[in-house]
Every structure is written in structure tokens, then in C-alpha cells.
Design a protein around this ligand. Structure first.
Ligand SMILES: [Zn+2]
Ligand SMILES: [Zn+2]
Length: 193
């Protein structure tokens, strides 16, 4: 039983670390599409992720289509769960895969809501500041579900207030006239027209 709980917890932690590394090194790494048969190499996954992620940075309300994510998950989770299943036991592999997959889903929901909905508590407000600052300074704040990885790897920045370009500010942050809502005045400032 202890092994199963531990495997699930490792799955959760495993996703948060994968998310950080993928975001930092694939999302903002140097790899680009090349001439020739780049799409037949294993690096194609990194390049395609980079392209989807760049599109999200150009338009923060763009998220990669669900079918692409479902396809990636359907391949990745059984592979990741398969390794501990083979090394230890099937229930341990299942628990690891479940922890990993569940935290991935939590990431999808959290990331989307950061851009679409106002925070409902101080913790979620802090997570929004962390990620929205990443949209201004893409070299910093890569962790979404676990901003703690940015502390570990020295990529954390906590400006106070967070400065956002008015055009890229989430809709929940501004009123109909495009002015910063008063309840967020201490945490954010908007620049540009
Ligand atoms: Zn984002
Ligand atoms: Zn990014």
C-alpha cells in the first residue's frame, strides 16, 4: 500500500517537473523546424510543442487543440506507467501513471483558468501573477502547477506589481473600457494602449 501511495505521489511530482522542463527547454528552447525530414525525427515532438506554445504566447487565449493533447497523453502515460510496472509491479505502474495523468489534467484546467477566470483565493491569485509574468518575461517563471521548480532552478521572478501589456491582459483583469479593475490595482499595472 505504501508503495502505491508513494508511486502516485511520484507521478504527481513527475508531471510537475516534466511540465517545467518541457516548458523551459521545448517551449522556449532553440529547436525550430528545418528543411527536409525533420518531422520524422524524435525531435519533431519538441518542435511541434514549441510551435503550439509560441502560438499561445502570441495569443494567450489560444490553447493547442484537445485532440493533439489527447494523442500525446494516450502515448505518453502508458509508456511512463509501463516503466515502473515493469520494474516493480502493475499496481505501482498504474498508480504512477494515474498520478502523472491526473496532475497533467489539473495543469490543463489551471492554465486555462489563469487566462480566462479571475482568482477565487490568494493562492490562485499568486499562481496567476507567477504565470502572467512569464508571458511578459518568457525566460522566467516556467512552472505552472508547481512554481516551486522555478525557485529550485533559479528562474523565479516576483515583480510587484506585475506589468502587463494592455493588449495581452486577460479579460478578467480589465473592465469594459479596458481599464485595470480596482481590486487588482495593487498587484498589476498595464502599459501600452
Ligand atoms: Zn499561459
Ligand atoms: Zn511559455
Amino acid at each position: 500500500m505504501v508503495a502505491i501511495v508513494l508511486a502516485a505521489a511520484l507521478g504527481v511530482a513527475g508531471w510537475t517537473l516534466s511540465e517545467y522542463l518541457m516548458h523551459r527547454f521545448a517551449g522556449h528552447g532553440p529547436l525550430r523546424r528545418k528543411e527536409g525530414l525533420w518531422f520524422l525525427t524524435p525531435l519533431a515532438v519538441v518542435i511541434l510543442f514549441h510551435e503550439e506554445h509560441s502560438a499561445h504566447h502570441r495569443d494567450p487565449l489560444y490553447f493547442a487543440p484537445a485532440w493533439k493533447k489527447a494523442l500525446a497523453t494516450a502515448i505518453l502515460v502508458p509508456v511512463l506507467g509501463g516503466v515502473p510496472a515493469w520494474l516493480v509491479s502493475a499496481p505501482v505502474g498504474l498508480a504512477f501513471g494515474a498520478g502523472f495523468g491526473f496532475t497533467y489534467l489539473a495543469y490543463e484546467v489551471l492554465h486555462r483558468r489563469i487566462h480566462t477566470h479571475p482568482p477565487s483565493n490568494r493562492y490562485l491569485a499568486w499562481m496567476r501573477r507567477h504565470h502572467l509574468h512569464h508571458h511578459v518575461t518568457p525566460k522566467m517563471n516556467h512552472g505552472v502547477t508547481m512554481p516551486g521548480w522555478d525557485v529550485v532552478f533559479g528562474t523565479r521572478e516576483t515583480p510587484d506589481p506585475v506589468t502587463l501589456n494592455r493588449k495581452l491582459a486577460p479579460r478578467w483583469l480589465v473592465d469594459e473600457a479596458g481599464t485595470l479593475r480596482r481590486e487588482f490595482a495593487a498587484e498589476y499595472q498595464l502599459v501600452g494602449r
